[in-house]
Design a protein around this ligand. Sequence first.
Ligand SMILES: C[S@@+](CC[C@H](N)C(=O)[O-])C[C@H]1O[C@@H](n2cnc3c(N)ncnc32)[C@H](O)[C@@H]1O
Length: 135
Amino acid sequence: MWDLGWRQIAAIDAALADGVIDQRGWHEAMAGLLRVPYLTAKTPWEQSGKSGGEEDRVRTRKVVTEAVDRGGTFLDVGCANGYLMECVAIWAQEKGLDVEPHGVDIVPEFELKGRIEVPHEDPGGVRKLLWVDQS
Ligand SMILES: C[S@@+](CC[C@H](N)C(=O)[O-])C[C@H]1O[C@@H](n2cnc3c(N)ncnc32)[C@H](O)[C@@H]1O
């Protein structure tokens, strides 16, 4: 899916632009594209669309935390299973900054996967994920 993913996404975007589908249809089409590969991926980062190994993940994702220069809330719009925002909170803690992660996504099943499989010091307690209401 990944090599051709951009073509599929472009087609979904074009269908929205052309009025073939509405916003709800766009959400459903995008969710349909991502649901199986994300939910069946082996690692927490692949479950949020980041391919590659551990070293690559840290190298390409830790830079996000370089932009964090104070404590507060962090919102990941399109957070999938919430792994990136959890990592940002942990990496920020290493810098002495208290960051509270929040996330929003269009596919609620990703949150459940994250609750079960993404390490967190307080599973299900501190994590604050919001979901786009498609109704
Ligand atoms: C590539 S993943 C990124 C996950 C995470 N932010 C990261 O960088 O590891 C993109 C996520 O964005 C979500 N998404 C796409 N369009 C969205 C939208 N309009 N609103 C909320 N989430 C969206 C998808 O469902 C998918 O889970």
